[in-house]
Design a protein. Structure first.
Length: 365
């Protein structure tokens, strides 16, 4: 005689776990947060390895693909790994080489203009004090209150800055450890894949394994397509922006083109962020040229939204525009800019899985 009925026991056990989660919600969140922080470098390493593996797999397919010799396999893996990481470092170095000189020149120009700006403001304030002393006194009292408040903000800001600096040191160490994890993962990815498959066969039933494999393969397809598509779109948009600014003889063309291209990796909102940064930089030289840049980028955005994005990214995801906007909104609310970036492929994966399941449950007659 069985002591308990298995389905009923599972239901009761699930209800008990739900009660524990609700009753100890704060403690549970604290434990999950501590676990996520502890595993942060490993998670970052997995993310870096996944992105780098896209380029690495492409190199491996074209580097002596038919050779079965052991030494050639090792050389292919090592060479593709080095080329992938060196390629990314070279791209980052080139971008910094193109951005930093123009950024320094912009800051120098802004610094040169500040004395004239302050002199003009000081002259207007003096004229105001001579013509309307009562109103100027009220303004002076309000300015003194604002200054006292600003001093308090500066104290809080100093504390915030110290915290940010300590966080920066922690982020750099996590990045270094993440890179080390990613190198290990990529160097032995077949071995790790075989080990995970063996664990799944040992502890999971066939139906769960097949369902999980289908979900993971679908997610992999959409994530790879999204990453490749976004990088291609960013490259095309940044290049067109720089070329258009050179034709229009706008300043900081290369720097602004790089900024627009990088921010284009963020869906929907990224191009507007790049436009704002570029307009501010150009405004230090000429307000008229900044206005011309804004008009040009609006036209370029129309071209990008109606021609480039649908062909490069949209066709590979097959996700309606309303769901892209929903993914960016929800992802940004939950995790900021990283949530905006990964929200679209996650939504595309869920959309494809749901669409497949609906078609399977309601076949067309």
């Amino acid at each position: 005689m069985k002591l308990f009925h298995k389905p009923r026991f599972l239901w009761l056990f699930g209800i008990f776990l739900l009660w524990l989660a609700i009753h100890y919600w704060d403690a549970l969140l604290g434990m999950l947060g501590a676990a996520a922080r502890a595993a942060g470098p490993l998670i970052l390493g997995c993310e870096i390895a996944y992105v780098a593996n896209i380029l690495m797999s492409l190199i491996e397919r074209h580097f002596a693909p038919k050779s079965r010799r052991a030494w050639m396999t090792k050389c292919r893996r090592t060479a593709s790994l080095l080329i992938s990481f060196l390629g990314v470092l070279i791209v980052i170095g080139l971008m910094l080489w193109m951005i930093l000189p123009e950024f320094v020149h912009c800051m120098e120009l802004l610094t040169q203009q500040l004395p004239d700006f302050f002199a003009a403001v000081t002259g207007k304030v003096k004229n105001w004090a001579l013509t309307d002393g009562a109103q100027f006194q009220k303004f002076q009292d309000a300015l003194q209150k604002w200054f006292n408040t600003a001093l308090g903000w500066m104290g809080d800001g100093a504390t915030w800055l110290v915290g940010q600096l300590s966080g920066l040191v922690s982020s750099i160490s996590s990045l270094v450890m993440g890179l080390a994890f990613s190198v290990y993962i990529l160097a032995s990815k077949e071995k790790l894949k075989s080990q995970f498959k063996r664990l799944a066969r040992a502890y999971l039933p066939e139906r769960v394994r097949s369902t999980g494999q289908y979900i993971l393969s679908t997610a992999n397809i959409y994530f790879r397509s999204y990453i490749v598509g976004q990088c291609m779109e960013a490259l095309v948009l940044g290049t067109l922006c720089a070329l258009g600014m050179l034709i229009l003889r706008l300043p900081y063309a290369v720097m602004v083109g790089c900024v627009v291209g990088v921010t284009a990796l963020i869906p929907i909102l990224g191009s507007y962020i790049g436009a704002a940064v570029g307009a501010i930089m150009i405004f230090t030289t000429s307000p008229i040229q900044a206005l011309i840049f804004i008009i040009f980028l609006v036209l370029l955005q129309q071209l990008e939204g109606n021609l480039i994005y649908p062909r490069v990214v949209g066709s590979s995801l097959g996700l309606p525009g309303i769901w892209v906007l929903a993914a960016v909104t929800v992802g940004g609310g939950l995790a900021g800019i990283p949530g905006m970036v990964v929200g679209v492929p996650i939504m595309a994966t869920c959309y494809a899985l749901l669409k497949h399941d609906v078609r399977k449950r309601t076949p067309e007659e």
